[in-house]
Design a protein around this ligand. Structure first.
Ligand code: G3P
Length: 222
């Protein structure tokens, strides 16, 4: 399973990219608004695209098909690795078809059911993004959407990638991986948590302390 970082923070992206932990980035208007400050969001996206080799999702804010295609076409000019994020709307599906015909990759966002994922895939999306955490927040089992979408896509040999989004904790990542999601997009704090286990720290402390004792004994014996 690929890991994308769900952020527009250049600091977090640089850290994760240099550590070789990520395969791409997803942003959204909320994340860019947090990071951009007074900067032009396009400049922020350009910088992000230069930091990572993999796909960088950049979302349109138009909600009509013509507007989404126009905006998506402009976003795609920022860098070769831009993937245009399109909301799961009727007009969005028209835009996905038109962008796909122009060779522009899309990521259909705000998916909350497996059948929305199927519709987006049929329209020609490169990625579909079911929002797991937001479904859990309203008392539904978010992971069910990933489970169903995986079966449906496998039934029909659909190549669109299932991107588990709105991930809130490491268990979401484990479950999405077990089901076979192609990608999980993680907030930086979740990626950091994936690296940690208290027994790793405790075990390392013990190894290092035992090693120091060995070195001390060897010195004393000389
Ligand atoms: O980028 C889309 C998605 O991952 C947002 O997550 O935490 O705002 O529900 P969240």
């Amino acid at each position: 399973m690929k890991f994308f970082l769900d952020t527009a923070s250049l600091k977090d992206i640089s850290w994760a990219a240099q550590a070789g932990l990520i395969d791409g980035i997803t942003t959204n208007p909320s994340l860019l608004s947090k990071q951009a400050g007074d900067l032009d969001p396009r400049d922020v996206l350009k910088e992000i695209c230069s930091l990572v080799d993999g796909p960088v999702s950049a979302e349109v804010v138009a909600v009509d098909a013509d507007g989404m295609v126009k905006e998506g076409t402009e976003l795609a000019k920022i860098a070769e690795n831009i993937v245009v994020k399109i909301p799961m709307l009727e007009d969005g599906m028209i835009a996905v078809r038109r962008l796909a015909a122009a060779g522009i990759r899309t990521n259909v966002t705000l998916c909350f059911s497996s059948v929305q994922c199927l519709i987006a895939a049929k329209a020609g999306a490169s990625y579909v993004s079911p929002f797991i955490g937001r479904l859990d927040d309203v008392g539904q089992e978010g992971m069910d959407v990933i489970r169903e979408a995986r079966v449906i896509f496998d039934n029909y040999n659909i190549e669109t990638e299932i991107l588990a989004a709105s991930i809130r904790h490491p268990r979401h990542v484990v479950e999405a991986a077990m089901i076979g999601a192609d990608v999980a997009t993680l907030p930086p704090e979740v990626l950091k948590k994936l690296l940690l286990h208290p027994l790793t720290d405790r075990g390392l402390d013990q190894f290092l302390s035992d090693w120091s004792k060995l070195v001390a004994r060897a010195k004393a014996a000389v």
